[in-house]
Design a protein around this ligand. Structure first.
Ligand code: FUB
Length: 432
C-alpha cells in the first residue's frame, strides 16, 4: 500500500516519459497518454511503445501498460521509432488514440497523424491508419478537443506553424480544410486546447533557444482567432517543453515534463503541478515543485492476485549471489557484474495479459539501471533511483508488462548500470 502523501516530481520514475496528454474519462479516473523516451536514447529517433498511466487520487498512478508500438503500424517508416507526442479522445463509446509518426525514412518530411481505436481507455488499441490530408514537414503533436456539443476539433503543428480543423463524426477524417491558427505569438509546437467557463485556451511551447517555455492564448471559438495571453510555464531545464491542462475533482493541473532524473533532453520524465486561474480567466505562472500535488481520493485497494517472490525464489548466475541480512531477509546482489542475472520462474500470470511487476531494490547510485526480460521479451531499461544506501530496500521500480496465462512465466533481471541489490519482486496481474 502506498504511503505517499504527494505525487512527487517527476511522477513516473521507472521509465522515461514525455509529452503528457491528460484526460478524465467516464470511469472517473484521470489518464495520462505519454510518449516513451526509450533508454538508451538516440536523439528522439527511438521513441516508441506508448504507455498509459491512470489514477483516482492524483498521487498513486497505475502503469496501464503499453498500448501501441511502431511495429504495429503497417504504414509507418520501415525503421520504426519516432512515436512522438500523442493524444486521446473519446466519442460514442470509442477511444481514439492519435499519434504522430512518419511514413517514410525521410522522417521529418513524412509526418502523418495515425489513429488507433479501442473500446477501453488504456488497452486493446488497433491501428486504423492515418488521417488523410494531414502531416508533412515538421507537422507533429496532435491534440483533439471534443466540445460540449460533441463536435470534435484537431490541432497539430511544429516548426512555428499551428493548424486546426474540425473532425468528421468518424473522428478519423477532417471536415473541409485545416487552417492556420491566428494570433499565437512565438508558436513552436505542442498545441493543447481545453475549455473553461466557455473560453477556449490554446497552450503551446515557444521557441526560447534550448529552454522552451509554455505560452497560451484564448478565444471564444474553438478555431480562433486567438488572443495571445502570455507565458505560464518558465523553462523546466529541458530543451523541449510540452504539456496539458486538465481539471480533476475540482482542481486544475498542468501535466508537463522535465529532465530531472536523467539530465538528458531526450530522456524526460512526466511531472504534475497545480495550475491556478485569476478571476479574469488568465493563468498564473505554474510553480514547479518537487512535491507535486496532494491526494484527492482514496488510495487504491490491494489486488487479491498480488504475489511476492522473494530473493530466495530466484535462480542466480554469472556472479550474482543471494545473501541474508541481519534480519534474516534474503537479497540478490552483484547484479552489476558482467553476465550476472537473477531469474524467477513459475511466475503466476493468472488469466494472462497485463501484470504490474514491482521490483524492491536498494542502491546508493544516483541512477542505477536494471535490465528486465519477461518470457524472453525485453522491457528494459528500468530506472532505479537512489534509496540512500546499498541496504536500504525502499526503492520500487515498477512496470506493467504482458504475461502468459498460468504459472509458467519467467522474469529475469540483470544489471544495466551501477550497483543494485534486489529483495523481491511483486507481480500483480490485472483483474480485467
Ligand atoms: O517528444 C518528441 C517531441 O519533443 C514532441 O513531439 C515535441 O512536442 C517535443 O516534446
Amino acid at each position: 500500500m502506498s504511503t505517499k502523501v504527494t505525487s512527487m516530481n517527476p511522477l513516473i520514475t521507472t521509465i522515461f516519459t514525455a509529452d503528457p496528454s491528460a484526460h478524465v474519462w467516464e470511469d472517473g479516473k484521470v489518464y495520462i497518454y505519454a510518449s516513451h523516451d526509450m533508454d538508451p536514447a538516440r536523439g528522439c529517433d527511438l521513441m516508441d511503445r506508448y504507455h498509459v498511466f491512470s489514477s483516482e487520487d492524483m498521487v498513486n498512478w497505475v502503469d496501464e501498460g503499453e498500448i501501441l508500438r511502431s511495429d504495429d503500424v503497417a504504414w509507418g517508416r520501415p525503421e520504426g521509432g519516432f512515436m512522438w507526442a500523442p493524444d486521446c479522445a473519446y466519442k460514442n463509446g470509442t477511444y481514439y488514440f492519435y499519434y504522430p509518426h512518419p511514413s517514410g525514412s525521410s522522417w521529418n518530411d513524412t509526418w502523418k497523424m495515425g489513429v488507433a481505436t479501442s473500446d477501453s481507455p488504456a488497452s486493446g488499441f488497433t491501428d486504423r491508419g492515418y488521417i488523410p490530408g494531414l502531416g508533412g514537414f515538421a507537422m507533429i503533436d496532435p491534440c483533439v478537443l471534443v466540445d460540449e456539443d460533441e463536435r470534435a476539433y484537431m490541432y497539430y503543428g511544429g516548426g512555428s506553424k499551428c493548424a486546426g480543423g474540425e473532425l468528421n463524426d468518424d473522428m478519423i477524417s477532417i471536415k473541409g480544410e485545416m487552417r492556420e491558427m491566428e494570433g499565437l505569438e512565438d508558436f513552436h509546437e505542442a498545441a493543447w486546447v481545453f475549455k473553461r467557463a466557455g473560453i477556449y485556451y490554446l497552450t503551446y511551447a515557444d521557441n526560447l533557444d534550448n529552454h522552451n517555455r509554455m505560452r497560451y492564448a484564448t478565444s471564444e471559438n474553438p478555431l480562433g482567432p486567438w488572443t495571445y495571453r502570455g507565458i505560464f510555464l518558465e523553462p523546466t531545464g529541458c530543451s523541449t517543453t510540452h504539456g496539458s491542462v486538465t481539471e480533476y475533482k475540482g482542481q486544475w493541473y498542468l501535466f508537463y515534463h522535465n529532465q530531472d532524473i536523467s539530465g538528458q533532453g531526450n530522456l524526460r520524465s512526466v511531472c504534475i503541478d497545480y495550475l491556478h486561474f485569476n478571476e479574469d480567466g488568465t493563468i498564473q505562472t505554474v510553480v514547479q515543485t518537487k512535491e507535486g500535488v496532494r491526494s484527492v481520493g482514496a488510495a487504491p485497494t490491494p489486488n487479491p492476485l498480488e504475489t511476492t517472490y522473494s530473493a530466495e525464489n530466484s535462480t542466480v548466475g554469472g556472479g550474482a549471489k543471494v545473501s541474508t541480512n541481519e534480519q534474516g531477509e534474503g537479497f540478490i546482489h552483484d547484479l552489476h557484474l558482467a553476465g550476472s542475472y537473477s531469474q524467477f520462474d513459475h511466475v503466476d500470470g493468472a488469466n494472462g495479459g497485463r501484470a504490474t511487476i514491482n521490483i524492491a531494490y536498494a542502491t546508493d547510485e544516483r541512477l542505477a539501471k536494471l535490465h528486465l526480460m519477461v518470457n524472453d521479451i525485453d522491457w528494459s531499461l528500468l530506472n532505479a533511483l537512489s534509496t540512500g544506501g546499498p541496504a536500504e530496500f525502499t526503492g520500487i521500480a515498477s512496470i506493467t508488462v504482458s504475461l502468459q496465462p498460468g504459472n509458467n512465466n519467467s522474469i529475469r533481471l540483470s544489471g544495466g548500470r551501477g550497483g543494485i541489490s534486489v529483495a523481491s519482486i511483486t507481480v500483480t496481474p490485472f483483474l480485467d
